[in-house]
Design a protein around this ligand. Structure first.
Ligand code: BES
Ligand code: MN
Ligand code: ZN
Length: 508
């Protein structure tokens, strides 16, 4: 699928489908002209109450030769004053998926700037930004994971519908170069999200810790950042007893993935991204119930986001120094697995009483957070599908953020508003740190029954391994995957986090 840009008259352009984005108001400008050419077919839909330009509302009409496009697809964005880059991405995603399902091949998308107001902000208004958002949304919406589907060769009509290209109609020849730059950035960002989604969607028998490590290495070569992988021996030398403890029940050895991208000034302290990479979470000896356990293939989502974010930062050539760490392991019950009551020693010397082997994410993150300290980072951000409690609190609507640095947390929350990947803060009250103190070791990996606040308890445990660096923990248990598709987000692994982190890095 190619994303092209072209300056041309929408009335004379040849395409099987002309997509027109519009806001909620009276037919005017291009829409009015098209409606007149169609003999009022569009205004008839409007008066019948079938199309008002409301958010993600669609109206598909055959042109019957009234203009050169074979079909016209109008998609609403809601009220003009409420239009944001996010509503633009959603309308674009809605349009492009309908075009694909309708088996069009080469649609042309027209975004009539002059009718749209100041999308993307008042003060820092950037008139080219919508074009990047459109390119991003098109390519996010067309995500397909069909690696494991056998091909139906016989009849092309039975093949799943796929677009060949999408052409974005540029408002003026003179602006093509500037717009192309934004489109290219949108494409690179969407590509990195796709990398993350692909890693998430891989089944657990394929996406083992070593698979993740190999994919990270491939991406590092492609986008020119460095990647090394520590094996069991090196982890033992570093004393990563907490990570090794989780891994010891599995036949698949763990991997500690270290990615480094230096795009900033030499002396600038890096930002470290840490992503939980549990390639499958059975719960271990504290075994999970069977129903829905398959979803625990997504328990490496934080790691996939770290890998995708490094790829994005490097391919976009962001001027930042960025480190990605992925402690990857499989959490299995076996004769060698850790048991409730076992005590592990992490790489900072702290001892951990494992009261529940299903609280394994915080155990692998502990050693990764200690490792992060060697970079003397300006910020540490970890992402993890850490607690079911997060899903209870926020559903699939936002990730929870808990941390020690309010400035960093604020940056994450405002980046979330811009990119549409929402973040909601929970408090790190002192009593939760007390709740993870053990009677027999320094820490225990769960709180006593009745404490509640499971997401905060997880964060409070992690805090002991961060040192004094500014830190924010993102619990993505609810956002990493979803059961309901959205305009440009599939059901299943969403890639949530990559766009959030890139937007945050751009704002720092
Ligand atoms: N990976 C799970 C968290 C999870 C559960 C994410 C459901 C998404 C959906 C994590 O390893 C886990 O099992 N957490 C436990 C912690 C508990 C034992 C304190 C949980 O949330 O039940
Ligand atoms: Mn678990
Ligand atoms: Zn887990």
């Amino acid at each position: 699928m190619k994303t092209l840009i072209k300056t041309a008259d929408p009335l004379t352009i040849q395409t099987d489908c002309l997509i027109l984005l519009c806001t909620e108001k009276k037919l005017s400008g291009l829409l009015k002209t098209l409606d007149e050419l169609l003999g009022g077919a569009l205004s008839a839909q409007v008066s019948a109450g079938r199309f008002e330009g409301k958010k993600n509302q669609t109206c598909l009409l055959d042109s019957r030769g009234a203009f050169s496009a074979e079909n016209l697809l109008v998609v609403g964005m809601g009220k003009q004053k409420d239009a944001t880059l996010e509503s633009l991405r959603q309308a674009t995603g809605t349009a492009i998926k309908l075009a694909e399902r309708s088996r069009f091949k080469n649609p042309v998308l027209c975004f009539p700037e002059q009718d749209m107001g100041k999308i993307g902000g008042g003060k820092g208004y950037d008139k080219n930004a919508p074009w990047g958002a459109i390119a991003e949304a098109v390519n996010l919406a067309l995500f397909h994971f069909d690696e494991y589907k056998s091909k139906q060769e016989d009849d092309p009509k039975d093949a799943p519908p796929r677009l060949d290209s999408i052409t974005l109609l540029c408002p003026a020849k003179a602006r093509e170069r500037a717009i192309q730059k934004y489109v290219d950035q949108g494409l690179l960002l969407a590509e990195a999200v796709t990398v993350t989604r692909n890693l998430q969607w891989q089944p657990g028998n394929r996406a083992t810790p070593l698979y993740l490590a190999d994919e990270a290495k491939k991406l590092a070569r492609r986008h020119k950042f460095s990647c090394k992988v520590l094996g069991v021996k090196e982890m033992e030398q570093l004393g990563m007893g907490s990570l090794l403890g989780v891994a010891q029940g599995s036949e698949h050895p763990p991997a500690f993935i270290v990615m480094e991208y230096y795009g900033g000034k030499k002396k600038q302290a890096p930002i470290v991204i840490v992503g939980k990479g549990i390639t499958f979470d059975t719960g271990g000896i504290s075994l999970k119930p069977g129903a829905g356990m398959d979803e625990m293939k997504y328990d490496m989502s934080g790691g996939a986001v770290a890998i995708g974010t490094l790829s994005a930062a490097a391919s976009l050539k962001l001027k930042v120094n960025l480190i990605g760490l992925v402690p990857a392991a499989e959490n299995m019950p076996s004769g060698r697995a850790i048991k409730p009551g076992d005590i592990l020693t992490a790489s900072n010397g702290k001892t951990i009483e494992v009261l529940n082997t299903d609280a394994e994410g915080r155990l692998v993150l502990a050693d990764a957070l200690v490792y992060a300290q060697r970079y003397e980072p300006s910020a540490v951000i970890d992402l993890a599908t850490l607690t079911g409690a997060c899903l209870v609190a926020l559903g699939h609507s936002a990730a929870a953020v808990v941390g020690t640095d309010q400035k960093l947390i604020n940056k994450l929350m405002s980046a979330g508003k811009v990119c549409g990947e929402r973040v909601w803060q929970l408090p790190l009250y002192e009593e939760f740190e007390k709740a993870v103190k053990s009677d027999v070791a320094d820490l225990k990996n769960i709180a006593s029954p009745g404490v509640g606040g499971g997401t905060i308890v997880g964060a409070a445990f992690l805090k002991s391994f961060v040192g004094d660096f500014p830190w924010a923990h993102l619990d993505i248990a609810g956002t990493a995957w979803t059961g309901e598709e959205k305009p440009y987000v599939p059901k299943g692994g969403t890639g949530y986090g990559v766009r959030l982190l890139i937007e945050t890095l751009r704002s720092l």
